[in-house]
Structure formats: C-alpha cells, structure tokens
Design a protein around this ligand. Structure first.
Ligand code: FAD
Length: 403
C-alpha cells in the first residue's frame, strides 16, 4: 500500500507516522521549506500540545461536531499523545487548566520530535512541493498532482489545515481538493478570534487588561454566551481568553442581532453594588465623582464609564442622585460594545467550518464518497476552545486516518 499525506502540520505528521508504522509506504508532501510552521507559533512559542483531561471533559470543550470526534478522542486520548511524545524523548509538564507543554517551553522541540518519529518510522518527506489536486477514478483515489510532478498512490490523507494564519501555509487548499471530489464544505468562519469594536473606545482603552469580568452576549434578546475571566482592549477592539472563546460561540450568528456587554462587577449583584456606591459616595462626598470611582475601576476606564452615564465628571459624589447611581450601575454591569466584525482569518487562532463531517467516517476518517481519501485536523469542520484541544484534535484525527 502506498499512502500520500498532504500537509506537514500536526495532523499530517501524526498521520504519516501511524501510516508508516503499520507498514504502508508513506510520503508526506509539505509546500513549505520546513515542517510544522504553525506548530512553531502555538502557545506563544511554547506549544500547548494537548489538554490532560478525561475524554468526556475534552469533548465538552469542542465547539463543533464533538459527537463526530468522540471515537477519535476516546481512541487516542491526550494521555496517549503525551505517552507517545515522552517515549520519543520529549519530556512534558502539565500547567494550570491541564494544559500540557514541553518541559523546555520550546515549540521547536515538539516539531523536532514529530519529525524524528516520522523519519524513524520510514516516512519519506518532500518539502517545497505544493499539491495541486487529487486524482480519482471509479470512486477511488489514484494519485496526487503537485507543482513538480504526478504521483500514484492507493490512499491520500488530506491534512492541509484551515485558512487561519495563512502565512504558515494553511491556505484552504484541502477545501478545493475535497470540493472537486464532491465533498460539501461548510463555509469557513473565524474562531478563537479577537473582535473589532465600533467607536473610539478601543483606541482610548488600548492596552487595558481586565480580570474577573464577564462578557455577556445576547442574540435576538436571548443570552447565548456568558464568559468569565480575562480580556483586554486592543487598538481596534477586544481580545484575550474570554473574547476568543466568545467568538467561537457566536461566529455563525447574524452580527446585527448580537448585543455584547461587559459586566465589570460580576461578583456583585445590583443591590450590593448600590450599597457599595452609597458607602463610597457618602465617605467621599466632597470629591468629584471622577476621583471616587478609582476604588471600583482601573483609571483609564473611569472617564469612559462616566461619559456613558451622562453625569458631569466634576459633580461631587455627595450630590449624585439615586437615578444617577442607577445609571452608573447599569454601565458597570452592562458596558455595551458595538461589534463591527471578527478579526480577519490572519488573526483567528483556528478556522471553524471545512469538510463536512457528515461525509466522513468517524471510525477511520475516510471519505464516504471516495475510497482511499482521508481527512485529518483542522481541514475538517471541527474546532474547540483554547487549552491544547485543537492540537489534540489534529493528533487524534491524524492517528485515526494514519492507522
Ligand atoms: C497563533 C496560534 C496559536 C495556537 N496555539 C495553539 C496551542 O497552543 N494549542 C492548540 O491546541 N492549538 C493551538 N493553535 C491551533 C492549532 O495550531 C491548529 O489547530 C493545528 O495546528 C491544526 O493542525 P493541522 O495539521 O490540521 O493544520 P496546519 O497546522 O495548518 O497544517 C497544515 C499544513 O499543510 C500544508 N499545506 C497546505 N496546503 C498544502 C498543499 N497544497 N500542498 C502541500 N502542503 C500543504 C501547510 O503548509 C501546513 O504546513 C494555535 C493556532 C495559532 C494560529
């Protein structure tokens, strides 16, 4: 049997390794000059390689098509991936939130390990070569065409990734190949992406980092996302963990029906917050309101919050009326953000959408339409939250396809 793996990212490397291990002649074709360009930038250069949690908890962190992934994740668990890397000489450590990193904190060590595993398993790696199409006859794969030549084979594993961070090589070629062979492509959308926000607030607040806040989103008046944790303002909008997660949850909803609001004080209900304001305002009654709110808010937020309430910034705290207090509470508990768009794919950590999983056998990752055609990794319509889940999806589906 001869197998060609297209793409030398996380999914392709593991797929090629398992394919060669079981005895298939395996060729891995990568268009870049080196393997694993995207792995290199993962986890801020440290590579959060997987998440050491139970398979069911893992599947709860999958946004799209957890059911499809279930067999792959139970069949090749985060623990299995860790064992494989450690057996091949890469020591790992587990950090907060079960996030797994190499002890060296170097993503390049993960790439080296995966590349060595392929080498010792007998994978032939062809770099600087771009696959341009997959050939099939009578409903069965028979080869691939590249910019440098034609190859015949019995099986092809498409592991070309999504369309995020295209500079790493993920330019959506796999969608074109799959479509040409009759596969349905779920339109790709940005996932785990920052958001662009209308108005001058982002620019005024750029660099401000918030902890222990909640970002709430309603769609047509119904709460569809409520994420608690850290976020930050950028020059164009907002980013940070809870923003990225929120994007993944709402990226398919019509933007015009979405309302976003930050609760700066999620731990305090309105009554408790009101009592707190009454105490602060009476203790500092002679001071301007703009100088009193520093007990509650970071400095750079105060002018923006006061502006939203319509209260004069120099008004004395002791003169603030009940109605004005209520408007302060409304802004503190629901600071609205006017969503312009999600950041482009070049800034989205992953791509949601891709090859429809309905036409892929979850037990093998083989196409249900073309014999010998397999898919692995982000090219599929699967995505998850941050924490090592997306790489593990690439590894687990790669392991299935390769095996
Ligand atoms: C900045 C950033 C940080 C991230 N951090 C993490 C993290 O810490 N943990 C985590 O779990 N996930 C993280 N992710 C997500 C994770 O990196 C991806 O989900 C994962 O790498 C997808 O692997 P893949 O093999 O499916 O695709 P890719 O890694 O995109 O690999 C696809 C490969 O195919 C090659 N290719 C494409 N088309 C062709 C062609 N026509 N011919 C030949 N080769 C081709 C590409 O050059 C590329 O090398 C991060 C993503 C980004 C962008």
């Amino acid at each position: 049997m001869k197998t060609i793996v297209i793409g030398g990212g996380a999914a392709g490397l593991i797929a090629a390794y398992f394919s060669a291990k079981k005895g298939d002649k395996t060729i891995l074709i990568e268009k870049n000059e080196k393997l694993g360009k995207k792995i290199y930038i993962t986890g801020k250069g440290r590579c959060n390689v997987t998440n050491l949690c139970e398979p069911q908890d893992f599947l709860n962190s999958v946004v799209n098509n957890a059911r499809f992934l279930s067999g792959a994740i139970y069949g090749f668990t985060p623990r299995d991936m860790m064992d494989l890397l450690e057996e091949n000489g890469l020591p790992l450590k587990v950090e907060r939130g079960n996030r797994v990193f190499p002890v060296s904190d170097k993503s390049s060590d993960v790439i080296k390990t995966l590349a060595n595993m392929c080498k010792f398993a007998g994978v032939e790696v062809l770099l600087n070569q771009t696959v341009e199409g997959i050939t099939a006859a009578d409903g069965k794969v028979c080869g691939v065409k590249t910019d440098l030549g034609d190859y015949t084979c019995d099986k092809v594993i498409v592991a070309t990734g999504g369309v995020s961070y295209a500079l790493t090589g993920s330019t959506g070629d796999g969608y074109t190949f799959a479509k040409a062979l009759g596969h349905k492509i779920i339109p790709p959308v940005q996932a785990l992406a920052p958001m662009k926000i209308k108005g001058d607030y982002p620019a005024r607040l750029a660099g401000l980092s918030l902890k222990n806040v909640t970002l709430n989103v309603t769609y047509q008046g119904k709460l569809v996302s409520s994420e608690f944790g850290e976020m930050l303002f950028t020059h164009q909008g907002v980013s940070g963990p809870i923003v990225l997660t929120t994007t993944s949850k709402i990226n398919r909803l019509d933007k015009k029906d979405l309302s976003l609001a930050i609760d700066f004080k999620p731990a305090l209900d309105e009554k408790t917050l009101d009592n707190r304001l009454i105490r602060e305002f009476s203790a500092q009654s002679a001071r301007a309101i703009k100088n009193v709110l520093d007990q509650l808010l970071p400095m750079s937020l105060i002018p923006v919050v006061i502006e939203r309430t319509g209260i004069a910034p120099d008004k004395k705290a002791g003169e603030i009326s009940r109605a004005e207090r209520q408007s302060i509470i409304r802004v503190l508990k629901g600071f609205t953000l006017d969503l312009e768009s999600f950041a482009p794919f070049s800034e989205a950590i992953v791509t949601a959408g891709g090859v429809s999983v309905k036409e892929v056998n979850p037990k093998t990752m083989e196409s249900k339409l073309i014999k010998g055609l397999y898919f692995a990794g982000e090219v599929l319509d699967v995505d998850a939250y941050t924490g090592g889940f997306n790489l593990q999806i690439a590894f687990a589906t790669g392991a299935r396809a390769g095996s």
